[in-house]
Write a protein that binds this ligand. Structure first.
Ligand SMILES: [Zn+2]
Length: 698
């Protein structure tokens, strides 16, 4: 009480510096919350909250005040306010284990175990001796029927000097161990058929994409001391101020989006207000937003882009400005499928200038006749700034960081994204591309490379119009392209809607407003046109599902028949998946295993054949992150045994061929060296080790 009065009198002081005032109010507020009988019980919390709010008025950047405020809200059940305060706290200060721990508690109360888990893991990675976080995590695991993991957490809690109830925890551990060892009641899975959380090892070891490639990395740091990997994670977490963990098991939260091959809901538009509502409407426990919100679209506005990297390269397509849903020839006399466009290059700054002047010009024109759009040609030319590469993390750090706040299923990099397991960059697929548009800018019809999914966000300020057709109808569109002498895979085409309607092809047509995220499911055919002046960002995602894998593999084979390069090296990817991922979906497992078996067999036959014909294999191995190889002639993926020309081998430039193309150039392979990238033992080992992981409830 003396302290309270001292603080209150200090606050009466005139011209009190804001910092002092903020600190005093912070102390006072926290005192109200923690000390009993300071004021009457009824006004205790409102006093605490008032003080902390005033403190934040004086110093809005105090992470600690925000944290205290969150605790107060949490204690009176104001969950949303608590959550917002904690988020503020994390944004304002160094990542703090206390804050993450409290966020975990909040999620746990809201019955969002997965989010709680992520928050607790954040806490213990920031402070490995955070007894409270370990204990809460243990309780979370217990409540999810995972005593095994609970025990590990409790033991970690008791190891901490800060642990206040070591005796009780030790007792609990003994109890669990006793029950756990009893085959009658205890099983590793435990639980009541509910969804299991990732084990503590998985939770601890999955976060960093680059770490995905090495399996050993994660497992031995589990629940032990934070190894170098955990150190990296800590830096990562504090850098981003956001949790950064990925689980394949996050996907079942979004069943209608990516999992159902029969569903005609092959795309979805998410409302602009927030991505929050998307997560809310789809996740199983819709109480709090997930720890991920795209907050700053402004980073991708033209102004900010010019400021960041004015000289960055932009590919330009010069196109005809057409009526929104039609495609005419230059004279405007005939509708057609073929799209006219020519390619050139410029810079972000120069395109920005064009974008701005095109807007100003439109203001002048619209004061004149408004009927320009209804007239059929001759059409004027417009320029579409496309495929702008944002992969360079040094140039686009802030921008890419912002995108890491998206929900896991839509992130550029995540453990549940097949493209994160390729192990190397595929520009525009597992990296971000930017599109700068004026009205009429057209992305002609296509499916994504190897039928992958894609994520597209409209930055605004104008709208885009989308047309899309579910994957099962791609063959009909392929036929239309054939009829019009255009290559479906490589050509540039804009479907005539009347043709599609006549053929009973369903076309989904919708407007993408600024802030809208469009998710295109596996293999969806689509074409897009800008209605206003806007920028878009886009990348690809491969959900870890049997459906995605199957369609990617089918397109891989179709591409071979069509002599088109498969941008996703499916064999290389399949082997990486076998090394990095535990698969519990038996359909997906069987398909991967079959692919491995086929390549294994093919390698074996080829080796035996080469050896029998006296051709020596030269051991070459693979460097870390070495890209997959393609034949320099026919562009087919070449796996394990590379046929390189002798002269390129001696220059170490390695011009790779497939066997067929090598033999076409030199039937007895005299001009070629065969480089061996994997030992058969190693491949066989990977094949044998790749087993179906049983999933609870199966
Ligand atoms: Zn070839």
């Amino acid at each position: 009480i003396a302290a309270k009065e001292a603080y209150e009198s200090l606050l009466q002081t005139e011209n009190l510096p804001a910092q002092v005032k903020a600190a005093t109010l912070q102390q006072l507020g926290w005192m109200h919350h923690t000390v009993e009988h300071l004021v009457d019980q009824g006004s205790k919390d409102s006093c605490a909250i008032q003080c902390l709010q005033k403190s934040l008025e004086a110093d809005p950047n105090s992470g600690l005040s925000w944290y205290f405020l969150g605790r107060c809200y949490s204690s009176i059940g104001k969950v949303q306010d608590a959550f917002i305060s904690y988020r503020q706290s994390i944004d304002k200060s160094e990542a703090s284990a206390d804050t993450w721990c409290s966020i975990g508690v909040l999620y746990q109360q809201q019955n969002q175990p997965m989010d709680a888990l992520q928050a607790y893991i954040c806490a213990v990675q920031l402070d490995h001796s955070h007894a409270a976080a370990w204990m809460d995590l243990g309780m979370l695991y217990e409540s999810c029927g995972q005593p095994h993991d609970a025990i590990k957490c409790y033991i970690n809690a008791t190891r901490s000097k800060a642990c206040t109830n070591t005796a009780a925890l030790t007792h609990r551990v003994k109890l669990l161990q006793a029950r756990f060892c009893n085959p009658q009641t205890g099983s590793v899975a435990g639980g009541k058929g509910g969804k299991m959380l990732p084990s503590i090892e998985e939770a601890w070891s999955l976060p960093i994409p680059t770490e995905l490639t090495s399996r050993q990395g994660g497992l031995n740091t589990a629940a032990g001391s934070p190894g170098p990997q955990a150190q990296q994670q800590m830096q990562f977490v504090s850098l981003l101020n956001i949790t950064f963990f990925f689980y394949p098991s996050t996907f079942p939260h979004f069943p209608s989006l990516s999992l159902s091959p029969t569903s005609f809901l092959s795309f979805a538009v998410f409302p602009p207000s927030t991505l929050l509502s998307l997560a809310l409407s789809l996740s199983l426990h819709p109480s709090l937003p997930p720890l991920s919100l795209l907050s700053d679209l402004g980073l991708f506005s033209t102004k900010t882009l010019v400021e960041a990297n004015p000289d960055h390269l932009v590919e330009v397509r010069t196109q005809l400005s057409q009526p929104t849903d039609e495609n005419w020839d230059l004279s405007g006399t005939r509708k057609m499928w073929r799209c006219q466009s020519s390619q050139s290059h410029t810079t972000i700054a120069k395109y920005a200038q064009y974008q701005a002047s095109s807007f100003q010009e439109s203001l002048r024109v619209s004061r004149g006749s408004g009927a320009a759009w209804r007239k059929k040609g001759p059409f004027k030319h417009i320029k579409f700034g496309t495929n702008i590469d944002l992969s360079d993390n040094r140039k686009w750090k802030l921008h890419l960081q912002e995108l890491s706040k998206l929900p896991a299923f839509a992130r550029v990099v995540s453990a549940g994204n097949l493209l994160s397991h390729v192990g190397h960059t595929i520009l525009g697929m597992n990296t971000v591309q930017l599109y700068m548009k004026v009205p009429g800018s057209r992305t002609p019809g296509h499916q994504e490379n190897n039928n992958f999914c894609s994520v597209n966000i409209n930055i605004g300020p104008g709208d885009c119009e989308w047309f899309s057709v579910p994957q099962p109808y791609w063959g009909i569109i392929n036929d239309f392209c054939d009829k019009n002498n255009i290559n479906f895979l490589m050509g540039s085409w804009w479907p005539n809607l009347e043709d599609l309607y006549e053929a009973d092809v369903p076309v989904y047509r919708f407007i993408q407003r600024p802030g809208d995220l469009v998710w295109l499911n596996t293999g969806t055919v689509h074409w897009v046109q800008a209605i206003g002046w806007c920028n878009n960002i886009a990348w690809n995602v491969g959900p870890l599902t049997a459906y995605q894998y199957k369609l990617a593999a089918e397109r891989y084979e179709w591409n071979k028949l069509q002599s088109v390069k498969s941008i996703v090296p499916m064999i290389h990817l399949s082997w990486n998946m076998a090394r990095n991922i535990k698969v519990s979906d038996s359909k997906l497992f069987q398909m991967i295993k079959y692919c491995l078996l086929r390549t294994l067999k093919q390698c074996q036959i080829l080796r035996e054949f080469l050896q029998a014909s006296g051709k020596e294999l030269v051991w070459h191995g693979r460097t870390r992150d070495e890209p997959a190889h393609y034949c320099s002639i026919c562009e087919v993926e070449v796996f394990a045994l590379l046929f390189v020309t002798s002269e390129s081998n001696s220059r170490k430039t390695y011009v790779v061929h497939c066997q067929d193309c090598a033999r076409r150039g030199s039937s007895n392979l005299d001009n070629f060296v065969v480089l061996e990238q994997y030992k058969m033992d190693n491949l066989t080992q990977v094949y044998d080790d790749f087993t179906l992981v049983s999933q609870q409830g199966d």
